[in-house]
Each structure stands twice: as C-alpha cells, then as structure tokens.
Design a protein around this ligand. Sequence first.
Ligand code: ZN
Length: 661
Amino acid sequence: MYWSFLMRTTYETIKDKLMKSKNGFYRLISVAFFLTFLVPNVSSQSGGVLSPRQAAYDVNFYDLEIAFDFETKTIEGSLLCRAKVIDPIDSLELDLRRTYDVDSVLCALNNNTLSAVGFRHESGKLMINIPEDATSDQVVTVKVFYGGAPPLTSGLPWSSGFDWNTTFNGIGYVGVACEMDGGDVWWPCKDHPSDEPDSVALSFTVPQPLECVSNGVFVDSLHHGDSTTTFRWFVSSPINNYNVTFYIDEFVLIEDKYSSVIGDSIPFYFWVRPSHYDRAMEMMEPYKEEFDFLESIGGPYPFGHEKHAFAHCHYPGMEHQSIIAYGSNFALNSWGFDYIHLHELAHEWWGNLLTAKNWADVWIHEGIATYTEALYVEHIAGIDRYFDYVHNIWPSSSTVPLAPRQELTTDEGYDLNPYYRGAAVMHTLRYYLGDEEFFNVLKHWAYPDTTDYDNTNGRQCRLVTTDDLLAQTEDITGRDMDAFFEVFFREAWYPKIYYTRYESEIAFEWRTQTGVLLDLNIPVVANGVEYTVEMVDGFGSLPVPGDAELVIDPNKWLLDKTPEELVGLNQQFVGKGYKLEQNYPNPADNRTTIKLTIPKYEHVSLKIYNSLGKEVLSVFDRKLMPNTYETTVDLTQFEPGIYYYIMQVNEFADTKRLMIR
Ligand SMILES: [Zn+2]
C-alpha cells in the first residue's frame, strides 16, 4: 500500500509542476531518462509534420496480436495494417521503435494474397516495399511480424513505455501509456494524430491467471495448454494510436449499467484491484453523477455501443478510449471530487470523440478537460467555488501562442500550457458569449449534428483544428469570432487593458500583440456599482466621474495582463495639436497608410471622399484615446483617381489629397 500512496503524492507534485512548467518538468523527465539510458526513446516524438509517404495513405484497420513474456520482459507478435492509398506509393511507411526486431513482412494489394516483401527498419521508421506501385483508391495490406523489449518506464503516463512489475501477491502486471511518444513505442503504426483507423482488432496472450482488458468490446478468451490465455477485444470506433492499450493484472470486476441521456443502457465496468473493491463500490454513485454531468454539457457518452470502463492501474491516469486508466485510489480532492476520474472521463468527449489532428491544438483535449473540472466544481459547490477553481489554475504570462499555426509534436504542443491557459481561455469565452450561447457552443462542438447522438458506427468521432471550432462557433452564434480567436489562440501574449481617467468618464482600450481590435466587453465596478464597458473595435468608455474608485474585472473573467492606467503615455500627447499626416505611399496602388495624432480623448472621424465630394469609406468614427494612430486602408475596391480624406474632431477638421493609380 505504501507505493500507491507514494505514487499518488508524487503524481500530485508532478502534475503541479507540469501545470506550472510543462517545459521544465519535461526536461526533468528527460534527465531521468538519460540517467536510465533510455534517451533514444525520449527523442521520438509523436506528430509534427506528416511525412509525404505517410500523407499518401489513410489507415482503415489495424489488427494487433501480441504475446507477453514476463520472464524476459519482451513482447512478440504481429500487426496487420490495411490502408487506402491517396497518392501513388511504392512503399508503405510505418513507425516502429528501433528497439524491436522485425522478422518478416507480408504485403498485398487489394484482395490479393499476402506474400513476403522486402523492408527496411531504420531510425524508428519501417519502410515496406509494395510489390507493384499502388495507385489512388487501391487498398494496401501489410502484416509485420516483430518482437523485442519495450522501453521501460516508471514515470507513466508522462514518459512513455511499459511498466512491468509484480502484484501484491507476487504475480506480474504490466501496463502501457504512450501519449507523448505515440503507439510506435510498442506496435508498428502511423504515429500521427491526423489519421485514425475506423476499427482495431486486439489480441493479447498473457500468463495465467492474469487477465487482460482493453479498448472496445470483449470478443473472447482462450486458455492454452502452456498456461497462457489469449484475450481478444474489438474497437469499432475511430481511435488514435496512443489510446490503444491494455491492462494486464489480477482484477475484480464491478459491473453495472448506466442510463445515458439518450436512453441507452451502457455497460459500465470497473476493473479494480481486490484491495480497493469496497472503496470502489462506494464511488460508483458519485462516478455516475460525474457521468450525468458530462453528458449534460457534452451530449451522450460517445462510446456507449462499446462500453464505459475504467481499469485500476499503477500510474495516475490516461484517457485510453472506452477503458480509461485510473490510478488515484478513489480519493476525493479538496474540492470534493475525484479529479483523475473526472478529468480522464472528460477526455472521452474532449480528446476521443473530438480529437485534435495537430498537437498544436492540444488545448482541445487538455484545456477543455481541465475547464470541465471547474464546471463540475460549480455544479457541486456553486459559482463562487467555480471562480476559486479557475483562479487557482490561472496561467502565468506567456510568450508563445496557445494554438500556433504550425504542425507540432506532442512535446512542443504540451509546452504551450494547454491545461491552464486552455481552461482560462474557455472561461473568458464563456464570458464573451454568455452562458446560454457558450453551453450551446460547447455541446455543438462535441456533436455538430444531433442525429449522431445514437450513432454506433463511429461517424460521431471527428478530427478537428482550432479553425474548425472557430468556424463552428461563428455558425452557431452568428457572431464574428475572428478577433477573439486571433487574440486568445494565435497571439503569444495576453491582451492588455489600458484606461485613462477624464473629468466625467473613464476610457478603456484593449491593446493586443498584433493590433487586432478586440470587442470583448470589460466588467467594471466603479464606486461600488457594477458596469459592463461595451468595447467596440477595442475602445469603450464609462460615464462615471474620472476619480471614481475602480475595480476592473472583479471576477477575473478576462485572461489579460494586469490593467494599466495611462498617465505618462497619455501626457506625451497632451498639449500637442491635432495632426493629420500625408498618406504613404502616395500615389497608392492597393493600400495606403494614414497617420494621425489626437491629444485628447475625443470622438474622431476619418473618412475618404471621391473628387465629387461623395463619401466612399469611413475608416473610423468613434472615440479614441490620446495617441498617434497609423491605419492601413485597403484601396482595391476603388477606381484610380483623385480622392480626399478628412479627419474631423469637434470643430477641428483637416483634409489631405490621396491619389490612387
Ligand atoms: Zn488530460
């Protein structure tokens, strides 16, 4: 029992560190790996830029058969992969760690019989010769016979590999997790998040009396004369490669049924170690409440046609599809819920139903799953505790975007603080949209089409990007979400509020890293009264005395840098005159830049007129903070000719001539 306590304590410390500094922690793990001479396996990340050879095919089916040798800590078996060719190829590229020996490979095109083919296994890549060039829409089947010693780790799930050990009564157990490094840690696969097979057959042969439980539905088990048993499982839903897993141990099964929101009776299994059976039984009802809650915000549990299951394991947790790894020993945290259970269960929606096709978008998994924890705290303890929870996980300042427009590896993706920052952005999005629209969006992200609610053919599973969710949010709300997504997902820095006090009003401005005009309203308490400052194109004002006592964003809805009062910066413009400068370039072709300065917080209009005096464009027409502004104007819609632009502030007006050629 000591080790489980230690593991939990260590995990909480580790998770804390990870949340605070994923980067730092991962380096710590890397050092640990280096010390145990496992460095080659650390460097082989999952994801990144998909190689042209792997982009040329789409996996439909995997059939994995493995036998486990507990004496030598090795595995031996085969992997069959069936794929549809997208672009012509003469070889099929799979990923497989170099720690394994590949004995032979069979291959066939279309319905032909499998026959032996040549292959190369170098630097973690398995290149399989296809007998004749495969063209688009043909089906390639390969079968790889391989074996070897999987990388060992005691740091699951943050480091990838096998955790062989002995159970309390001396019999072995083994588990695997490989989110960071990918399925090729233990089986040949296309190790990239953008391609999921439609189905997977799994067959595991283990020493008796051990049991092996896995993803999908149980097919059968067969006892052999050599004191081994083969357990077969079948996954009929798309599944990402790191989610394919097994748990080999001595289990007691808690079996139950769950009534889903769509009325289905879902098999509910908990494979638990005998020592924790009674405590696990006590938690079945609280777990069903978590399940109810997740269905209420995300729609029906997506894998009900297979099962909902947890396997009691020897590492903290992992979102293995339809059989989640659970290693928290049924403990409640100080917020009153089983954090590991809820977090990993949330991934069945945010990670498994909806999967990021690029690790740059891993906030879709970790950010939403973490935010779900805050929502659950609100559900069980009220909105004040929700705010406490969100503020407790508030991210530190940032120098990288949450979702950069790049193809990233797992390690790079997890360096973006997807847990805390992703959750904070969800919190700000909730404020931006309001509760009704936000929860509507959340449910539609999970299920754009409610006819998928009772779907059992896997069509409900989607690979998505941040841009997909942006487009979906705009469809659902009818709002232009470009500025919000650009600032909170694509810009490295958090936006910043500036405010300036005037005699009878206080003016607010959003400043963003790339000058995006953010229309995110600002909640303010002035002299004890609550207001919402409506922000249009990044500006807004509050009609209160300039010396009002001000609390900006009292509930911390906005993921921003600390608001800053403009005094010094403001002063440099005070006493200066209004100024409208000559545009450049002039004459202009497609665009030109106009610069102007205003010394006071005033309503300013800048408009362009044609030579007949007709207004052709209003560049802006709103209140502006004292400052110098440069605005670039798109001229592509105008005929060549002479134009004028006029800046007007109260009595002041100035005109300049602009030529378009
Ligand atoms: Zn997670």
